[in-house]
Design a protein around this ligand. Structure first.
Ligand code: SAH
Length: 351
């Protein structure tokens, strides 16, 4: 009996500090018998100075440093790093404390270093063209697990991260609370202080959460994966369209752009014979001309599925009608396909 009590005390798991808000750290300080301003000092060390060693926190008294000893900083561990042949793309495999693995990608181009964060282990949305979908949904990531990807990759790559996209594994809007809290922590002016315009949250189109995001007036950028030019076509490759109709999604997108006055990014995975006809280009132009948007075409990155990436020539044929479109169009010639780090190629633990 006694022994088991001792064991349970010894193995008590303290929450990781990365992921805690300024208020959480104030509460932690007072619970340890210290004034709440110590929590604000901790926030400054962890998020602004990016220090993960209590002994280096010179204005934190030794007594508090000792009380904090059992608290880990990082909720994640790095398992593996992979660089693509161009070195511009690096893929990282990380593990959570309960042994789940997730992937994060760092893309470096000139003076821009963008990290692609995962928000879930696996995904419930089940898009037929996406590797993550094949894992099914496993679990949500905590706030700390989401932003620790940022801390770990910045440290390991020795690169200052300038942009964050929530486009890794999972559907951020099905882990809404943690994804928004993570974005707020990245943006916090007393901490990491990454500009809100450098933070993009990408959703497969969870309509009630797009509405919530609109009403809450978050400053972050929003991207929606449309991936089809009409309801039936989208339904075939994105089964969520059944309950999130194409028309309702467009309405929610319009309301967002009208209320926020922000430009939304519309993502469009281009798949041969599925959504890349001339009719699709023309329909998309018609739809998107009414929306304050930017179109981002992502030629399909092949995974183990029935779909094919259009040839470069076919991609250009699809893009041609957009020359006179009223909105900007970009093409993501996805990076890191050789290491399966391109869009939609992230998957771990597939049995
Ligand atoms: N669940 C979110 C974010 C993760 S996916 C969302 O759907 O937006 C990030 C982007 O990659 C999405 O636009 C998605 O449609 C796209 N994508 C998924 N699988 C892909 C693949 N095999 N090739 C190219 N893009 C893909």
């Amino acid at each position: 009996m006694k022994l088991s009590i001792v064991r349970s005390i010894n193995t008590k798991r303290y929450p990781s500090l990365i992921g805690q808000s300024i208020e959480d750290l104030e509460t932690l300080s007072t619970s340890l018998g210290e004034p709440s301003f110590r929590g604000r000092q901790l926030f400054d060390w962890i998020y602004r100075k990016k220090v993960d060693d209590f002994t280096k926190m010179t204005d934190i008294p030794k007594l508090l440093q000792d009380k904090l000893k059992g608290y880990p900083f990082h909720p994640l561990n790095i398992l593996k790093t992979n660089s693509s042949s161009s070195k511009e793309t690096q893929k990282y495999l990380l593990t959570t404390k309960n042994g789940m693995t997730i992937e994060s990608v760092l893309m470096i181009k000139k003076d821009r270093a963008t990290i692609c964060l995962s928000t879930q282990v696996g995904c419930a949305v089940d898009c037929s063209f996406c590797a993550t979908a094949k894992m099914g949904f496993v679990q949500n990531l905590s706030v700390g697990e989401i932003i620790d990807q940022y801390f770990q990759l910045e440290r390991l790559s020795d690169t200052k991260i300038t942009n964050v996209v929530f486009m890794g594994m999972g559907e951020p809007f099905l882990n809404y609370k943690n994804s928004i809290a993570a974005a707020k922590l990245l943006n916090h002016e007393k901490g990491i202080n990454l500009g809100a315009r450098r933070i993009t949250i990408s959703t497969a189109g969870i309509i009630d959460k797009i509405k919530k995001f609109t009403n809450e007036r978050h400053p972050f950028r929003l991207a929606v994966s449309l991936n089809g030019s009409n309801h039936d076509q989208r339904l075939k490759i994105m089964p969520i369209t059944k309950n999130q109709s194409f028309q309702n999604l467009l309405e929610a997108i319009k309301t967002y752009t009208n209320q926020s006055r922000k430009r939304i990014t519309i993502e469009y995975v281009l798949i041969e014979g599925i959504n890349n006809s001339k009719k699709d280009s023309l329909k998309l132009i018609e739809i998107l001309s009414q929306i304050k948007c930017k179109l981002n075409v992502i030629p399909y990155n092949e995974i183990n599925s029935i779909y094919k990436r259009p040839t470069e020539e076919r991609i250009h044929v699809f893009l041609n009608p957009f020359k006179n479109a009223s909105f900007p169009v970009t093409v993501r010639w996805s990076k890191g396909q050789d290491i399966d780090a391109g869009c939609g190629q992230l998957a771990t633990n597939i049995k």
